[in-house]
Design a protein around this ligand. Structure first.
Ligand SMILES: [Zn+2]
Length: 428
């Protein structure tokens, strides 16, 4: 019984001491002053005093601040549901940007929606970075501040690699006329300020392209892998971009050549390269001429650093699509070689016999010598037989030689082809 009373007391103590402490962690501002991008401030806001754990907005703020080129004090980012998109304010001498988490989720989308979100956030960061008085009540001073924040956003958006159009997307999504009594410049003027700041940053980069983070840097790679069977694999070139490699190959036209077979060729040892899938030909790879192939290596799970070291890859053209030789074909060439060797042996033996007969014919001039023993042999018939065997040996020898050379040649070539160490990537 005592225990349960003690427990009740503990729960009560917890409720009194801890719960109000949690409530104190919420900051409530009833009469908020500052800039809401769309121009209308909410009547009041409530937000957590501490940032959301793992809040990605912090990273976006840091990116924008670093791109702004202005050193700022800490700008506190806090999620607040009653804010339409984002607003900048100062509360108890701390600089805040309050944002709607739903609005910020647009950052994850890869279209103009993310640029709108960037613009809004950059504008609000701009107010803090430029140390504006966010409680300013003079309307003209407010308008001047808004124009400066818009310029800040235009400059940052160019540094973030948005297009001019994308840098204006957020302003374009606002109603074209400001509410009565608004201390914001007209949308036309705001777009003009943003656009001009974008252009100013753009001309700085145009004058010094090396400074422009948005210029795609191209690197050339040497394609080292040689393929003996290809028509030409020495003139293939490759340029590496951030997300793709572009291969170029010139396949010469000849009178004989109206069709070719062009492939990516990969060394068998090249591991992950043998799984190349995400590529497309800009031209028909089966007709000679200048060909370009684009390979989106990121889709195949490679990064740029790996793509820049592609020594085990090439783009090659072949007169015939090199296919592996079947066992039946190899057996055929083997039989032909054996038959040729057999004929050669037979020709050699026959030649030997003809030489023996000729030697007998020359050695024994007496027609009735014992070597021309009856019943059928005579000196003349021995000579004839020697001549016949010589002729036979020549024909059989030549035939055997041809068959043997031809068969052996094919056997070696076809076997070597089977042992090749490259893989042709099929053109889908
Ligand atoms: Zn503003």
């Amino acid at each position: 019984m005592k225990n349960s009373i003690f427990c009740s007391f503990l729960i009560l103590a917890f409720a009194i001491l801890v719960l109000p402490a949690q409530a104190q962690n919420k900051i409530k501002i009833k009469d908020i002053k500052g800039c809401a991008f769309a121009g209308t401030l909410p009547k009041g806001v409530a937000f957590s005093a501490s940032a959301l754990p793992g809040d990605e907005a912090q990273g976006l703020r840091d990116t924008i601040v670093s791109l702004g080129g202005i050193i700022t004090d800490e700008i506190l980012l806090r999620a607040a549901d009653s804010v339409k998109n984002a607003l900048a304010t100062v509360y108890e001498n701390k600089r805040y940007i309050l944002y709607n988490p739903d609005f910020l989720r647009q950052f994850k989308q890869e279209n103009d929606a993310s640029w709108k979100a960037y613009s809004v956030l950059a504008h609000e960061v701009g107010h803090h970075a430029l140390r504006h008085n966010l409680g300013e009540t003079d309307c003209n001073a407010r308008k001047k501040n808004e124009r400066e924040a818009d310029r800040y956003a235009g400059m940052v958006l160019r540094r973030l690699c948005a297009t001019r159009e994308q840098s204006l997307a957020a302003l374009k999504s606002l109603p074209s006329s400001q509410p009565v009594g608004s201390c914001y410049p007209s949308i036309v003027l705001r777009k003009k300020e943003t656009g001009e700041a974008f252009d100013a940053q753009d001309s700085i980069y145009k004058a010094q392209p090396k400074l422009d983070p948005c210029v795609e840097k191209v690197s050339n790679i040497q394609l080292m892998y040689k393929v003996p069977e290809s028509i030409k694999n020495t003139n293939a070139r490759a340029n590496v971009f951030n997300d793709r490699v572009e291969f170029m190959i010139d396949i010469p036209f000849t009178r004989k050549r109206s069709k070719v077979f062009t492939h990516i060729v990969v060394d068998e040892k090249a591991g992950e390269l043998t799984n190349i899938k995400s590529f497309r030909w800009k031209d028909n790879p089966y007709v000679p001429g200048s060909k370009t192939l684009v390979w989106d290596f990121k889709k195949d799970g490679l990064d740029r650093a790996r793509a820049e070291k592609l020594g085990l890859l090439n783009v090659c053209s072949f007169d015939k699509n090199p296919a592996r030789t079947t066992k039946m074909e190899l057996l055929g060439w083997g039989l032909m070689t054996t038959a040729g060797a057999g004929l050669l042996t037979w020709g050699g033996i026959t030649f030997g016999q003809s030489q023996d007969l000729l030697s007998t014919y020359k050695q024994y001039t007496n027609v009735s010598a014992a070597q021309y023993a009856p019943p059928n042999n005579s000196r003349t018939s021995t000579k004839n037989e020697a001549d016949a065997k010589l002729t036979q040996s020549v024909f059989v020898g030549i035939a055997g030689g041809v068959l043997f050379t031809w068969g052996l040649n094919k056997l070696i070539k076809r076997s070597v082809r089977n042992k090749r160490t490259f893989i042709l990537i099929p053109n889908h």
